[in-house]
Design a protein around this ligand. Structure first.
Ligand code: ZN
Ligand code: ZN
Length: 150
């Protein structure tokens, strides 16, 4: 099987990345922190750090957005790129919109929908959690066995 490589990056090209293997389906987070950092809601896939190479021209910065999380962004164009949980840095969430299309990804669920703003509707045909889904802290969908998500 040919190994699928996906590419992506920020708006100005200061940060770009290449990912190998299967990616977790997209989770869309509607919490107020994700809304404020993205300007809408934050939709992201996730990879193990071993699956991604990040090429940074010196513009990648990390913001400690809460006790639990850091957010990676480009300090030249302002793109929201990454999210990682403190103490779980071996996994990296990647803003799905930063990945070059076609991504082959699907949105699996919406989380923290109780915090969603009032100007849009969360798609009723996609799974929703009021807060964090039970498996939020679990491993991503098997990186080696995610063909159905390509
Ligand atoms: Zn940039
Ligand atoms: Zn969030």
């Amino acid at each position: 099987m040919t190994e699928l490589v996906r590419t992506g990056g920020c708006l100005c090209g200061g940060v770009h990345f290449e990912m190998q293997g299967s990616l977790r389906p997209v989770l869309a987070c509607h919490c107020s922190q994700c809304r404020k950092t993205s300007g809408h809601f934050w939709a992201a896939t996730e990879v193990h750090r071993d699956q991604i190479d990040i090429f940074d021209k010196g513009t990648l910065r990390w913001y400690r957005s809460s006790d639990h999380a850091q957010r990676g962004f480009c300090n030249r164009c302002g793109a929201s790129l990454f999210w990682r949980r403190v103490g779980r840095e071996e996994f990296l969430s990647i803003g799905a919109g930063c990945i070059d299309a076609p991504t082959g990804l699907v949105t699996r669920a919406h989380i923290f929908v109780d915090d969603a703003s009032d100007y849009y509707e969360v798609s009723p045909s996609e799974a929703q959690w009021a807060g964090s889904p039970q498996d939020f802290d679990s491993e991503p969908i098997a990186p080696s066995n995610g063909d159905e998500f390509r």
